[in-house]
Design a protein around this ligand. Structure first.
Ligand code: GLC
Length: 530
């Protein structure tokens, strides 16, 4: 049997915003379980859930205060077990987000650590008499003074997210216990949060400053020596359990760095931010990254494909609010070489939400951005603009199920604002419309499942010329050609005679080998006559 995750399309669920099942305005396990048939019908075979562990939710669950329980806001352990069982009944695997780099400042480990310099848990976190110049990735110093013991502790993110000291073997032991706990609960793998941050330089040298970009270069606080050995240990531990999958969030857009972390004995895959997080639509850059990834990866390495997540603007908004373009990006996600991760709501074309009301902002990065800007003397308007640039609330709004009360997400006031025009884009209206975004995604997922060359095939050809991105996927049993015209005008083309069966276009039912329409994607299969 082929490895399951190599054939699967993953769907990312942002826990608080998918579906409220118990009427308190927040998404939960009961809600997700209710929607498993929708997920199945879409053609999804893998789910990635963002953190659901008890947490003060300063960073919406990425600040865990208990690694082996369920946050009551999301349900009970029984709800979780029932969800896993129901997902597995539908042949949907589940991977869960695990934050090994830091705990909440409310975690008992940290409470003990901060209590006294000689407490056995002191060394589980990183304490220093004096801070160095390292900056938090959310802004400001990465060191927080703690008056209790007159030292500073290190936090790469918010001050409520305290970095664990992975140089201490007991930390590793505790985290292996956590992994074992969830593997035995039946999860199919983990998404490892900021996994390349686990080690920091033991000399604590100051980071250099990039004058051009006017920002700190994070030279000594990630990708440090010894990190690969830890990754290999984690991978070795998890892979003792058959069929488990590990995807790493390696916080970098640098392919040279990304490629260190996946492959034989390492993580199964990492998120390819070099492709997925391009800030605006730029076909040349996109092609260059697809091509460079293809060149850089060895035969054990498989790229991932994604264009949206809970940490970035949704691609439909980022790439110019154009529905046709969003369909082309969907086709790229599901036909190019790599493991696709589809972000909830992208399948109906949900867009970003922006607020001018700071009281409605939920994301710590946005709120911190606002506070730091105010402190630096910016006006309220300037500070709001800065906060909006940083805030990740934009892509975290409740899933739009129908045009009714709270877009069918909850009967209660939702935990986060629903955009004014949200009811215009929803699952119910698109379900039976053959031209909708949702139907297009379903068709793509079906085609992907029916054609092994789209999961297993190499790129026999990969080219970008004259604004046309073209590739041929080939797995020795079949060949499929995919051509994208991202331009606003039709173009003359030449497609070989063999490619005669149009599997899908976003524009028409039959095709013409000599022309591709404006904003069209053609997915064409070769007929071999066999
Ligand atoms: C990852 C998560 C992000 C979180 C950060 C700190 O990047 O995806 O949402 O804020 O880690 O845990």
């Amino acid at each position: 049997m082929a490895v399951w995750w190599k054939q699967s399309v993953f769907y990312q669920i942002y826990m608080p915003s998918f579906k409220d099942g118990n009427g308190d305005g927040m998404g939960d396990f009961a809600g997700i379980t209710e929607k498993l048939d929708y997920i199945k019908d879409l053609g999804i075979e893998g789910l990635w859930l963002t953190p659901f562990y008890p947490s003060p939710k300063v960073d919406n669950g990425y600040d865990i205060s208990d690694y082996e329980s369920i946050d009551p806001a999301y349900g009970t352990m029984e709800d979780f077990e029932r969800f896993i069982e129901e997902a597995h009944l539908r042949k949907i695997r589940v991977i869960v987000d695990l934050v090994l780099n830091h705990t909440s400042s409310e975690h008992p480990w940290f409470k003990k650590s901060r209590s006294a310099k000689d407490h056995p848990k002191r060394d589980w976190f990183i304490w220093r008499d004096q801070p160095n110049n390292w900056e938090s990735f959310f802004g400001g110093s990465a060191w927080e003074y703690d008056v209790l013991t007159n030292q500073y502790y290190y936090h790469a993110f918010a001050k409520e997210q305290v970095d664990l000291n992975w140089a201490n073997p007991d930390v590793k032991k505790a985290m292996f216990h956590v992994m074992k706990f969830w593997l035995e609960k039946g999860v199919d793998g983990f998404r490892l949060d900021v996994i390349n941050f686990l080690k920091v330089q033991d000399q604590f040298q100051d980071n250099p400053y990039d004058e051009g970009k006017q920002e700190q270069v994070h030279l000594y606080d990630k990708d440090q020596q010894g990190i690969l050995a830890v990754i290999e240990e984690i991978a070795g531990f998890v892979h003792q359990y058959p069929d488990k999958f590990l995807v790493g969030e390696v916080g970098s857009e640098d392919l040279e760095i990304l490629k260190r972390y996946s492959g034989q004995d390492k993580l199964d895959v990492v998120f390819n931010f070099n492709i997925g997080s391009i800030a605006r639509f730029d076909l040349t850059m996109l092609y260059q990254q697809l091509f460079a990834t293809e060149q850089a990866y060895d035969s054990y390495q498989i790229p991932t494909l994604f264009f949206s997540s809970h940490d970035m603007s949704r691609h439909i908004s980022r790439f110019g609010n154009d529905e046709d373009r969003a369909k082309l990006v969907a086709a790229l996600l599901l036909t190019a070489k790599g493991i696709p991760f589809l972000y909830y709501g992208d399948e109906i074309g949900m867009g970003d939400w922006i607020t001018t009301d700071i009281n409605k902002m939920k994301d710590v990065q946005g709120i911190m951005g606002y506070q730091l800007a105010c402190k630096a003397g910016k006006s309220h308007e300037e500070a709001i603009a800065i906060a909006n640039g940083k805030s990740r609330d934009k892509s975290r709004t409740p899933m739009q199920w129908n045009a009714g009360l709270n877009v069918g997400f909850s009967e209660h006031e939702p935990w986060m604002t629903i955009p004014d025009d949200a009811n215009k884009v929803n699952v119910e209206d698109q379900q039976d419309d053959p031209d909708s975004m949702l139907s297009f995604y379903k068709n793509l997922l079906k085609i992907r499942k029916q054609h092994s060359c789209l999961t297993r095939g190499v790129y026999e050809y990969l080219n970008n010329e004259d604004g046309l991105l073209t590739f041929i996927r080939n797995d020795q049993t079949q060949r499929i050609l995919v051509m994208f015209n991202f331009a606003d005008h039709a173009k003359a083309i030449e497609i070989d005679n063999g490619f005669s069966t149009l599997l899908l276009s976003n524009k028409r039912k039959s095709f013409n080998r000599k022309e591709i329409l404006a904003n069209e994607v053609l997915i064409v299969k070769e007929e071999t006559g066999k």
